[in-house]
Design a binder for this molecule. Structure first.
Ligand code: MRU
Length: 351
């Protein structure tokens, strides 16, 4: 894992495994409260994912993997295999869009199927979950290397990012935010513009929190200000993460990503997607096939119980959108970068 990087520079890791329980930093309460909740069963991990205690595609996958390990610890008697299977099904229903969840569960299920005794399953499933966690951190560090080679800045640059793709969304360090950390570490970062990311406010509550506590220069902006920022010439790259990338290079990511890609193309600004290969779903041909989660209208109508709109007004709240590959300049994973992604470029790196 991160042999060359100390724990501090990985950022605040949101998932802590204690062998018999998982601790999750409750991301619903940041930035005002730093509270950890304990999940000691697969059911409580699944609920934490649905409720967004833990969020971000890689962190969801990692948490679900630990959830399967917890299922094995709680399983008893002749029915232990059935109990683990039921927990895997329950975890798979926790959120629909980020493919990392299903990728991690498939990996755990493969290990589970290879175990003939419960005791063996308890150990091997915990080991596999820890490996998934460690590999995610290593992938993030590798992605930052690849991304900087693509950007190759001659002088410090401005970047704009959307949602939260930092340590909080991953095993540690971050995907797009990992690239931003690396630019900063190399003195190649002038300024980060962080979209607040309505309606859940991952940008203002999480990204601005992560960057400011590490003294990385960040300016928070309302999502609607992104066009003016890109028009100003202060930004060279828009850098975002992903929840699912299809075989043709289409990318599902936080709602509002698509409009940023259109803006970036219009203004001649680079548009980079940074994600581990566990986010790539080569089984889907194109982005229209990705299930897009819609969440409660209250997330738009209210903030922490404070009404922002007429009670009961109809709300459309898709929490992801799909950016067509044609608007993307680079998809960067730990395996390398696909420039101007299309079917051939994706196939060359991911099969
Ligand atoms: O709804 P969320 O907060 O889980 O959505 C998160 C995002 O869309 C991130 O951009 C994506 O998961 C990449 S995180 C490295």
């Amino acid at each position: 894992m991160a042999n060359t990087t100390d724990q501090r520079s990985l950022g605040t890791q949101p998932v802590r495994w204690h062998g018999d329980r998982l601790e999750l930093l409750d991301q619903r309460l940041l930035p005002t409260d730093e509270r950890w909740i304990t999940a000691d069963s697969a059911a409580s991990v699944a609920q934490s994912i649905t409720d967004m205690v833990v969020r971000g595609a890689p962190a969801i996958g990692i948490s679900a993997a630990y959830g399967v390990a917890l299922a094995a610890r709680h399983a008893r008697g002749d029915q232990w295999q059935l109990e683990v299977e039921q927990s895997i099904d329950q975890l798979a229903k926790s959120r629909p869009t980020a493919v990392n969840l299903f990728w991690a569960l498939q990996r755990m299920e493969k290990v589970f199927r290879a175990c003939s005794a419960l005791e063996e399953a308890v150990k091997r499933l915990a080991d596999e979950a820890m490996l998934i966690h460690q590999e995610d951190i290593a992938a993030n560090l590798a992605m930052a290397d690849h991304a900087l080679k693509v950007m190759n800045p001659a002088q410090p640059i401005g970047v704009l990012t959307h949602c939260n793709t930092g340590a909080l969304a991953t095993g540690g360090y971050g995907t797009a935010l990992g690239v931003i950390r690396r630019l900063h570490a190399r003195n190649m970062l002038e300024q980060v513009y962080a979209d607040e990311t309505r309606p859940w406010l991952q940008g203002s509550r999480l990204t601005a929190w992560e960057l400011s506590r590490e003294e990385i220069p960040v300016t928070l902006n309302a999502d609607g200000a992104a066009a003016a920022i890109l028009a100003s010439g202060k930004v060279s790259w828009v850098v975002v993460g992903a929840d699912r990338i299809t075989a043709n290079g289409d990318v599902a990511n936080k709602i509002g990503t698509y409009s940023l890609a259109v803006l970036a193309r219009y203004h001649g600004v680079g548009f980079m997607v940074v994600a581990p290969s566990s986010t790539v779903d080569m089984a889907l041909a194109e982005g229209g096939q990705i299930p897009i989660e819609e969440r409660e209208g209250t997330e738009v109508r209210e903030i922490r119980g404070i009404p922002l709109a007429p009670a009961g007004v109809d709300v459309f709240n898709p929490v992801f959108d799909v950016t067509p590959a044609s608007l993307i300049d680079a998809i960067v994973t730990e395996k390398g970068a696909v420039l101007k992604p299309d079917v051939a470029g994706m196939k060359a790196l991911f099969t």
